[in-house]
Design a protein around this ligand. Sequence first.
Ligand code: ZN
Ligand code: ZN
Length: 348
Amino acid sequence: MSADNLDALVVTHLPNIFYLSSFSGSSAILVVTPSDATLITDPRYTVQAKQELAETKAKVQIARGPLLMAAGEQLKAIRARHVGFEAARITVVQKGTLDGAAGKRTRWVAWDGRIEKARAVKDTEEIQTIREAGAIACAAWADILPLVKVGALESDLAAEIEYNMRRKGASGPAFDLIVASGERGALPHARASRKAIKKNELVVFDLGAILRGYSSDLTRTVFVGRAPREVRRCYKAVLEAQEAARLALKPGVHSEEVDAAARRVLQGAGLGDKFIHSTGHGLGLEVHEMPRIARGDKSVLQPGMVVTLEPGVYFEGQGGIRTEDDALVTERGAEYLTQANRELIELG
Ligand code: ZN
Ligand code: ZN
């Protein structure tokens, strides 16, 4: 803030507010100045805000009206001139409210991505939490494998996984779980539907657990029946692509090199055009955060970053295969935080 000569910073993105203040409610604005910080929230969170901010020096202000109005009025009261804000996280209407309350003298500075950049490198406690969230996802998935058989509904399997995750301590699923069988597996982001699993289908599971605010993200693909040779070949190529990405993942490397390592393996197997998304993404307080592991991404990887590695291949009208694990960038390379069985499992 001092490098940018800011008198104040208005934080509106809730994961950033949680990161800076420990407040986990769904309605808040954090106003940070060089000397203090104020969390503005509404009366529903009076007790929670006091409890969660007890170990910080931040003040809590309970607003009776719109939070943005209260934030603007505070900026006016402390005569803040240069004010940073998260331009990409706020609507035009919200900015208008803030503007109106802060007054004409305020000079707004778009200050996006700075907190996200700090969040990308995790400390020991954050890594341990993601590791535990990963273990919950792995165990919740492995536990339901006996239920994966001909006639089972995708939505029932998703419900069982979610129930298991909560029983194992998760506060909830990190996103709408994906259970995509047969031709639905060709849609990389197909949510669980009422479709029943048939004989000789691939089933893609993509799931994650939230633990103490942090998410895990895991994908496994199984085959119901005896997998044909071509399915085995594609599955093996996806696993090899993932391992190539893990070996490429290390400090000092650009994100795009990790993506390229996975892509090269699938291209070599004649599957380059079937890999229709990027190799991975950062993982933490949000399921998708910095850094992206994608083509053209020049982010420099650092120890403490946690990213997913999730190559996949998709065949329209037939099905899909994806394997996804969460990986920690270490001093020397990368280590998986999720340990569920990666070999092709044949069921039923
Ligand atoms: Zn996923
Ligand atoms: Zn993912």
